[in-house]
Design a protein around this ligand. Structure first.
Ligand code: ZN
Ligand code: ZN
Ligand code: ZN
Length: 372
């Protein structure tokens, strides 16, 4: 999807990329399909057999090379790159090689098709290769103000849908999970997203499977319904999970109410732990210890969260073993869960951005278990 910021945003990103290239002795950066290209130019290549490539030589201007028939889709960014289109009878890798001429160390986009790299090898004799992630990844993991705004807008959009679920405005009982999932997907688009990435609806015992696919199961009374949904809006992803209970929980399922109180406290504790400098794994521990202390430890069967940005899942991962300290601009989910196989499951998920002023939640719909 096209999503463009002001040219100044891309100029700043490119300047940072050049610094990273200099630090790592990279003479040329070549990125193609994947998310590094839109991150640096605002342009997302179609995943086609015709090569699209941004070539950034360390000592020259950046060039965006596109197939001629795609050129009309490019939004030009003055000062960021020069647009160059190649004709059907030309060899695009020869053009890339010319733009990167003399490069001894080349960083190549992780998702560029292998065929183009193989074709490039003999045309850049003596060059060594490294992953573009090594150059761009460290920048992409830290969201700038424009990106945080985009994530916040996407988060606010899914929060409006969560509110409808919690107020009982989206009927559940008597409908299949698949029907409700389609309804959520439609609302995700209506709320301004370009793409639906997922709309998990898991009811009753199905909620014990964290990545359950919405099925033909008909949602009944007195059960928990877990809804985990998100999409991509102006290039940035949303992702939130809320659970609702179809009845009076204190009468029907005090055990679920008790577990939910633990989950809520665990999620709150992990969000509060997300301060600058805290290792990612400590956020995971903050959630896990609350759940373990309450006796549900064996039922929390996944990591606490994942980074989010142009991709639904990216660095930094909130997991034991990741000692990366949080920095301002890190954006990630905090989504502990409790899953009792064959009975019920629950998860509570917000996207959080680390800031100097403390953790900022981008999802603020009610954290309580709504009974409808
Ligand atoms: Zn989710
Ligand atoms: Zn998530
Ligand atoms: Zn809360």
């Amino acid at each position: 999807m096209a999503h463009t910021f002001d040219s100044s945003v891309y100029l700043e990103r490119l300047a940072h990329v050049r610094t990273a290239m200099a630090d790592q002795d990279v003479d040329a950066l070549i990125v193609s399909v994947g998310h590094d290209l839109p991150y640096l130019t605002g342009y997302q290549a179609m995943p086609l057999e015709r090569l699209t490539a941004l070539v950034v030589p360390a000592d020259g201007d950046a060039t965006l090379l596109v197939p001629g028939l795609e050129a009309a889709r490019v939004v030009e960014q003055p000062g960021v790159f020069t647009l160059l289109s190649w004709a059907e009878t030309e060899d695009p890798t020869a053009i890339v090689a010319r733009l990167a001429q003399g490069a001894k160390r080349v960083a190549v986009g992780d998702q560029m098709w292998a065929r183009f790299l193989v074709e490039l090898f003999p045309q850049l004799p003596g060059a060594q290769y490294t992953r573009a992630t090594d150059v761009v990844g460290g920048l992409r993991v830290v969201k700038d103000a424009a990106e945080v705004d985009a994530l916040a807008a996407a988060g606010a959009a899914v929060d409006r849908i969560a509110g409808e679920l919690q107020r009982g405005e989206i009927p559940l009982v008597g409908r299949t999970e698949a029907d409700v999932s389609a309804h959520l997907g439609q609302r995700i688009i209506e709320e301004g997203h370009d793409v639906v990435n997922f709309a998990i609806v898991a009811s009753g015992p199905n909620a014990a499977s964290p990545h359950h696919h919405a099925s033909d199961r008909v949602i009944g009374p007195d059960e928990i319904v877990l809804c985990d949904f998100g999409g991509t809006m102006a290039g940035y992803c949303s992702d939130t999970t809320r659970c609702v209970f179809t009845g009076d929980i204190d009468l029907a399922a005090p055990d679920i109410a008790e577990a939910y109180a633990v989950l809520h406290a665990a999620q709150q504790s992990a969000v509060e732990a997300a301060t600058i400098g805290t290792p990612c794994e400590d956020i995971d521990r903050a959630a896990r210890s609350v759940i373990a202390d309450a006796g549900y430890g064996e039922y929390f069967i996944h990591r606490t969260g994942h980074g989010i940005g142009m991709e639904e899942h990216e660095d930094p991962y909130i997991v034991e073993g990741n000692d990366t300290p949080l920095a301002p601009g890190h954006a990630f989910s905090v989504e502990p869960g409790i899953y009792v196989a064959g009975k019920w499951g629950m998860r509570l998920e917000d996207i959080v951005v680390a800031t100097d002023a403390g953790p900022r939640r981008l999802n603020t719909s009610d954290h309580a278990l709504a009974c409808i």
